[in-house]
Each structure stands twice: as C-alpha cells, then as structure tokens.
Design a protein around this ligand. Sequence first.
Ligand SMILES: NC(=O)c1ccc[n+]([C@@H]2O[C@H](COP(=O)([O-])OP(=O)(O)OC[C@H]3O[C@@H](n4cnc5c(N)ncnc54)[C@H](OP(=O)(O)O)[C@@H]3O)[C@@H](O)[C@H]2O)c1
Length: 260
Amino acid sequence: MPQLLAVSGALGRMGRRIAELAANAGHTVVAPIDLKNAGESYGALLGDPRHKAPVVTAYQGGAEVMIDFSLPGAFETRLRECRRHKTAFVSGTTGLLPAHFELLDQAAQEIPVLWAANMSTGVNLLLGLVRQCAAALPESYDIEIVEMHHRRKVDAPSGTALALLHAICAGNGRNAGEVVRHGRSGHTGERTRQEIGMHTLRGGDVVGDHTVIFAAEGERIELSHKASSRDTFAAGALRAAEWIAGKLAGRYNMAQVLGL
Ligand SMILES: NC(=O)c1ccc[n+]([C@@H]2O[C@H](COP(=O)([O-])OP(=O)(O)OC[C@H]3O[C@@H](n4cnc5c(N)ncnc54)[C@H](OP(=O)(O)O)[C@@H]3O)[C@@H](O)[C@H]2O)c1
C-alpha cells in the first residue's frame, strides 16, 4: 500500500537512501525533515524529481509514519511531533540515552512506535543466534564483541554492538552494565570469566561489521554480519513503516516486523 511518509534526517546518508527506496516502492515523502536547506525542494537536492515536497525543519503532520535516522538531539522533538499528529514512529537513530527510551515507552501509550539499533534482516537473525549460543555455552567460553564502521560515525560502540551485548546477556543471565569491558590497555590482568569485551574500530567507508566471538580452550565460534550497503537498513526501515501503519498504540520491534 502506498504510504505518506515523514523522514527525519532526510538529507543524511540514511535519509537519502530511504527516500529513494520509498519512491521506488510508490510511497511519498510528504515531510523531509532536516536542519539545513529549509524551504528548498527535496527533489532538487536529491536530483530526483519524484520528490515534490520542500525540506522542513519541523513536522507539521500529514504523514502516516515518520522514519527517523538523525541524531539523539532530534529524538525528543520528533517523538513529541508524532504524538501531537498521531503519526506512527519508526527510528533507527543510535547513541540514545535511557531517558530517550523512557520517552519512547511513554509515546507507545498513544501511538505505535518502533526503535531498532539495526534494521537489517541479517542482524536481527544474528541477535537471536547470539542469544542462543550464550544460553547454550558454558561459562568457559569467553565472549568478545568487535564492530567496525566508517570514519564519520559519531557514537561508539555502535547501537548494534550494544544490542548484541544485551542479546548475549539475555541468553546467559549476566548484567550487561556490570560485565561489559570496553577495550583493554596497559596491565589489565587476566581476563575474568564473566566479562564481555567490546571493541570498536573506525575507518574508511565500512557500512557496518559486527562479530561476536565465543572462545574456549581448543575451539572458537565466530558469528559475523557484514553490511555492504546502507540499503539493507533502509529497506528494513521501510518494511517496518509498512508494517506499523495502522497498528494500535504500542512499542514494537524488528523481530515482529520480520516474523523472526
Ligand atoms: N538502525 C539502523 O539500522 C541504522 C543504520 C544506519 C545508521 N543508523 C543510525 O542512524 C543515524 C543517522 O545515520 P546517518 O549515517 O544517516 O547519519 P548522517 O549522514 O549524519 O545523517 C543524519 C542527518 O540528520 C540531520 N539532523 C541532525 N539533527 C537533526 C534534527 N534536529 N532534525 C532533523 N535532522 C537532523 C543531520 O543534519 P546535519 O548534517 O546538519 O547535522 C543529517 O542530515 C545514526 O544515529 C546512525 O547510527 C542506524
């Protein structure tokens, strides 16, 4: 079903891909929201005449679903606008704080909302596999998470790496905040059994690589996902928008969207 969409972060790397895939699918971006270029033609800025709406800095209603890939600083405003205009909210923005998730839960009492650290099918499958491994393997398997992204990424570790950490802890009953160990440097002492190492690499144009390692005496399991195009996230976000339109108020997740 063709949809009317708002896109927050419309001129960003993700926003541009979402706009193109949305137009390919017959949807209309009625509210391209960004900080810059207010009043200019979105279609002209993207070199795609299918987009007729001008860029706006605030959402005034008119869309069935807002897709937000911007910055944590925009999150509260976008959510407030969606509540006011009864617009469903799908967000992939990372680097959020606990207070942002409280706002999301409050909004879920009035509108359908979905936030996911990663919208790709592969990563959402990986989250389930990692949880299964963590539940099945004994404590003698040391667990480490490694992620790599392009040099322009502003938050670390990635939202997906944190989601992997939480999936592992959901599997083995550990407390993520207590066991995570960010990088190692200097005289660290021996690795403890419970800790889960978290390692961030940045460079080049890497779209998003994540690996979870379960290492024991004599063997090692590595579960990896490598995204080679942002379209995998953009397609997931659009699938979420199509799925959430018309749903009752509530907080939904990508596993539900993808039927995993
Ligand atoms: N969940 C997923 O699957 C997934 C996948 C990829 C990326 N992400 C996340 O999505 C977010 C965006 O990534 P990106 O690579 O597209 O970043 P980006 O290229 O920096 O795009 C972000 C856009 O949002 C704009 N923006 C900033 N503040 C805003 C505000 N208050 N209102 C409206 N627009 C605002 C930025 O404008 P300026 O340039 O003027 O600041 C920029 O155009 C990041 O948090 C990233 O980690 C999630």
